[in-house]
Ligand binder design. Structure first.
Ligand SMILES: [Zn+2]
Length: 274
C-alpha cells in the first residue's frame, strides 16, 4: 500500500511535469473506483484547464486548476500514477488517463480499485470533502508532544493505534508506526494515556526522522517513476523491526517480537521498547 513517503515522492516527481500544463482530455475505463467518475465536472472544469499547483495532504494528491477546481487522487491499496506517451498501449487496470499538452499522458493504474479520482468544482475545492476530519501532518508545527499528550490522556488504546489514527495525525502507516516507535524506544502496546510527555517527544521526533528517511530514499527513484511503469512499493529503508520477527534486534541482539494490534502485524523489541 502506498504510504505518505511514496505519495510525497510521487507528488514531487509529478509536479514539474504537470504545473503549467493544460489538460486536453480526461478519459475513464468505465470501472468504478472509490467514487463514481466525475464526468460532468471533468467536462465543465477539467478539459482545457491549466494546472497551477500539485500538493499532497495526508495520502491525497491535490492538483489545482486555474479555474479554481481541484483534482483529488488517492492511490488506495494498489494505485500507481505514471507519465507515458498516449500512444503506449493500455495496460490492464489503466483506469484514468489525463492527456497533457506536453505530449504526455498521466495514467492512474489500479488493480484493486480502492483508489480515488475526483474533480471538485471551485465551490467545493476550498474545503474538499475527502480531507475533512484529518489531523495534522507529521511535519506540521501543530504535531507536537504536547498535542499528542493532550490527545492521548485517558486513552487505553495502544500508542501504535493512536499514531495510525488519521484524526490524530495523518500518514503514519503500519510499517512507519512500528519503525518510529522503535526509534523512540516506546512499546507499541503501551496504552497511549500512559506514555509520558518525554517519551511522546521521542515519538514525534522518531516519526519525522523515519518518514524523512523514507522520502529521501524514495527521492532517488523519482526518475524511474516518471519514465517507466511507475514501480512503487516500500522504499529501501533499513527496517529495524518491521517484518523481522524472531531475528536479532539491531540494537540489543534480543529477538524481535510480532503481535497483532488492531488487525495489523506489529513488530517490536521487548527489551529496547518499554
Ligand atoms: Zn532491542
Amino acid at each position: 500500500m502506498p504510504e505518505l513517503p511514496e505519495v510525497e515522492v510521487v507528488c514531487q516527481g509529478l509536479a514539474p511535469h504537470l504545473i503549467g500544463r493544460t489538460l486536453l482530455a480526461i478519459t475513464h475505463s468505465g470501472k468504478k473506483l472509490r467514487c463514481p467518475f466525475p464526468r460532468a465536472a471533468v467536462k465543465k472544469y477539467g478539459i482545457n484547464a491549466t494546472v497551477t499547483a500539485v500538493k499532497r495532504r495526508a495520502k491525497y494528491l491535490l492538483i489545482s486548476l486555474d479555474n479554481g477546481a481541484l483534482i483529488v487522487i488517492h492511490l488506495g491499496m494498489s494505485g500507481k500514477l505514471c507519465l507515458m506517451r498516449p500512444e503506449e498501449p493500455l495496460r490492464p487496470h489503466d483506469h484514468v488517463r489525463v492527456r497533457l499538452d506536453s505530449g504526455q499522458e498521466l495514467r492512474l493504474n489500479d488493480a484493486r480499485r480502492f483508489g480515488l479520482f475526483d474533480l471538485l468544482p471551485p465551490a467545493e475545492a476550498a474545503n474538499p470533502k475527502w480531507l475533512r476530519e484529518l489531523g495534522p501532518e507529521p511535519f506540521d508545527q501543530a504535531f507536537t508532544a504536547d498535542y499528542l499528550h493532550e490527545k492521548s490522556r485517558g486513552r487505553k488504546t495502544p500508542i501504535k493505534n493512536l499514531l495510525m489514527d488519521n484524526r490524530v495525525v495523518v500518514g503514519i502507516g503500519n510499517i512507519y508506526a512500528s519503525e518510529s516507535l522503535f526509534d523512540a524506544r516506546v512499546s507499541p502496546l503501551k496504552p497511549a494515556g500512559e506514555v509520558s510527555l518525554a517519551a511522546l517527544k521521542r515519538v514525534v521526533a522518531g516519526s519525522r526522522k523515519i518518514l524523512n528517511q523514507a522520502i529521501a530514499a524514495g527521492g532517488t527513484t523519482i526518475s524511474d517513476f516518471v519514465n517507466s511503469a511507475g514501480e512503487s512499493g516500500y522504499f529501501q529503508l533499513q527496517l529495524m523491526v518491521y517484518d523481522r520477527a524472531g531475528q536479532p534486534c539491531r540494537a540489543c541482539q534480543g529477538p524481535i517480537r510480532k503481535v497483532v494490534l488492531g488487525g495489523r502485524s506489529t513488530f517490536y523489541c521487548p527489551r529496547c521498547q518499554r
